[in-house]
Design a binder for this molecule. Structure first.
Ligand SMILES: [Ca+2]
Ligand SMILES: [Ca+2]
Ligand SMILES: [Ca+2]
Length: 227
């Protein structure tokens, strides 16, 4: 009596321990081809039914075309060149369904001569954190404003309230700092200051010089740096 054991596809691929809980991260704006990490699933069937093929599918809210997975190696790479965006809209993670399938694929060089048509698709949830970068500049709705100040203005009087926004996601990169470019006109050091956090420009006397409509400088131009 000879008994031939014919392998059946009776085992699904299984994600290896911890694979879907890796702390995967990708920098905003990464170039295409950048490696994010890799996934591994195994299948205990015989050779016809144990080849694992990987695919990745964005969940609602995650854009198509940002991340690819090598179907054979399971390596995750950046797909869209420079397209991963943390800022607009503010995004912290890319969310995917990943699938490990044991469907026999002819072009692997393995003949699909198995008789069992069963195919297992093992899904998993994958989350990739986006690292923000400082790729947005502060912008102001009014890059140039003209204000009038009484010539008898006193120290501390408000001159103008500046306002700028920066679209970067993280506080570190979107906090705007206001700075008067005193190097352009050093005389301003004696007359004006700006609160670096609030953007409020005030009259700020540091010497005996005061604002004087009738003197040599009835008008002052203040250049600011926002960063
Ligand atoms: Ca299998
Ligand atoms: Ca910024
Ligand atoms: Ca950014």
């Amino acid at each position: 009596l000879a008994i031939n054991i014919i392998d059946m596809n009776d085992n699904p691929p299984v994600w290896a321990a911890g694979q879907l809980r890796q702390a995967l991260r990708v920098r905003e704006g990464s170039p295409a081809g950048g490696i994010i990490g890799s996934l591994l699933a195994t299948d205990i069937d015989g050779p016809l039914y144990n080849k694992v093929r990987y695919s990745i599918h964005p969940k609602p809210g995650t854009k198509e075309g940002l991340v690819a997975i090598d179907p054979i190696l399971g390596q995750l790479t950046v797909l869209g060149d420079g397209e991963i965006d943390a800022d607009v809209p503010k995004t912290w993670t890319l969310e995917y369904t990943v699938i490990a399938s044991d469907r026999c694929v002819e072009d692997d060089g393995v003949a699909c001569t198995g008789t069992d048509p069963t195919v297992w698709n093992t899904e998993g949830d994958l989350s990739i954190d986006i690292i923000d970068t400082n790729n947005k500049n502060p912008e102001t709705a009014s890059p140039s404003i003209t204000v009038w100040v009484w010539e008898n203005a006193t120290h501390g009087d408000p001159v103008a309230q500046l306002s700028a926004t920066d679209l970067d996601r993280d506080e570190l990169y979107h906090t705007v700092r206001y700075q008067i470019l005193y190097s352009v006109n050093p005389m301003l050091l004696e007359l004006f200051a700006v609160d670096q956090d609030s953007g409020l420009i005030t009259v700020h006397y540091t010497t005996d010089t005061v604002l004087d409509r009738d003197g040599d400088y009835p008008e002052h131009t203040i250049f600011l740096n926002l960063r």
